[in-house]
Design a protein around this ligand. Structure first.
Ligand SMILES: *Cc1c(COP(=O)(O)O)cnc(C)c1O
Length: 340
């Protein structure tokens, strides 16, 4: 596809082929050279551990074309650190942060013509992934790994824009186990969430708000996104060892403090939703997606959060501040951007 044929303003959140992706393989105890390829395929052994025992981890981050025309990658080092934790969790070989950062910068530069223009609302989504490639039949970690970074220009996650949607709670499915892999960015967690997600979508909900898998009393996270709420002028977000530490959430916590809000990371019982003034899911894809209503499918209880159907003022301010940093419209006081 030619980048000048792309309709930036109407891109969806989907895969668009670009010019190249970058790869690096760990073999014989060391990471090899970084390779660029135009191929969209991987030549993989059919007994690779990624295919049978789920040795697959990934990341998701974005690059933006700023107001000044410069390219900014948001929180690159944080993503580099997080994939190391995910690798350790599944006994995979961690990709050194320098290699991670180098490869992300290289793939963004090589696909510069696919970075959507400033003002389009679109961005360049960056997807790093690591897989175990050794042939194994017995359950054992791989000794060889491939790390790939590809990019795809994406539009806003929700076509409707920054508008509250309804989400639901159900106790029929858990995404992760209490001492399981929830704190790592693992493909298997998503496999475990597909049935619940499809059920929620078929009932008209944008996502499932999971409860903690041990007691089913506290809020955990919102499918592929973290959850936060505003209560009595405080930013509250679940503390849980079964959720993925979202970098967007971490950024919002900092911005909330900058705005003079108190931040509480703690257990949030589901009943507390009766007392919150705003709520949202947050993650790289949508940044923040405000919640209108949380419906508990098992009890029939409905928690109405956005009473006028509009995003709340604090969520809107947080969203605008984060976007302004990503787009270079405001000073990056926390040093979150890597400028290429
Ligand atoms: C990626 C992800 C998030 C969001 O994390 P960000 O770093 O903000 O993009 C939240 N929950 C899960 C389960 C995820 O995989």
């Amino acid at each position: 596809m030619k980048s000048n044929e792309l309709d930036w303003a109407n891109l969806s959140f989907g895969y668009v082929p670009t010019d190249v992706n970058v790869r690096c393989t760990f073999r014989d105890g060391q990471w090899g050279p970084i390779e660029e390829t135009a191929s969209e395929h991987i030549n993989l052994h059919m007994a690779a551990t990624a295919l049978h025992y789920g040795q697959e981890i990934f990341e998701g981050l974005k690059a933006f074309r700023g107001k000044d025309g410069k390219i900014r990658i948001f929180r690159l080092e944080e993503n580099a650190k997080r994939i190391i934790e995910s690798a350790k969790g599944l006994m995979m070989e961690p990709v050194p942060a320098e290699i991670f950062c180098e490869m992300v910068k290289r793939v963004v530069k090589a696909n510069e013509r696919f970075i959507p223009p400033y003002g389009s609302g679109a961005s360049l989504y960056i997807r790093p992934l690591e897989i175990g490639i050794s042939a194994r039949v017995g359950v054992k970690p791989s000794s060889e790994y491939t790390f790939i970074v590809f990019v795809s220009p994406v539009g806003p996650y929700f076509k409707e824009g920054f508008k509250p949607t309804n989400i639901c709670v159900m106790r029929e499915f858990d995404r992760v186990a209490p001492k399981g892999t929830g704190r790592w960015k693992v493909g298997g967690n998503y496999a475990a969430s597909i049935a619940a997600g499809e059920k929620a979508h078929s009932l008209g909900y944008s996502a499932v708000l999971y409860l903690d898998p041990r007691e089913k009393k506290y809020l955990d996270e919102c499918g592929p996104a973290n959850f936060f709420a505003i209560k009595d002028g405080k930013y509250i977000t679940p503390a849980s060892d079964s959720i993925l530490p979202s970098i967007t959430n971490k950024s919002f916590m900092q911005l909330a403090r900058d705005m003079g809000l108190e931040v509480e990371e703690r257990h949030i019982p589901i009943e507390e939703l009766d007392y919150v003034s705003e709520a949202a899911a947050c993650g790289t894809a949508a940044v923040a997606s405000p919640v209108a209503e949380v419906d508990d499918l098992d009890t029939g209880k409905k928690y109405i959060i956005a009473k006028d159907g509009k995003p709340g003022p604090v969520t809107t301010e947080l969203y605008n501040r984060l976007r302004a940093i990503q787009l270079g419209e405001t000073e990056d006081i926390h040093g979150w951007n890597t400028i290429l």
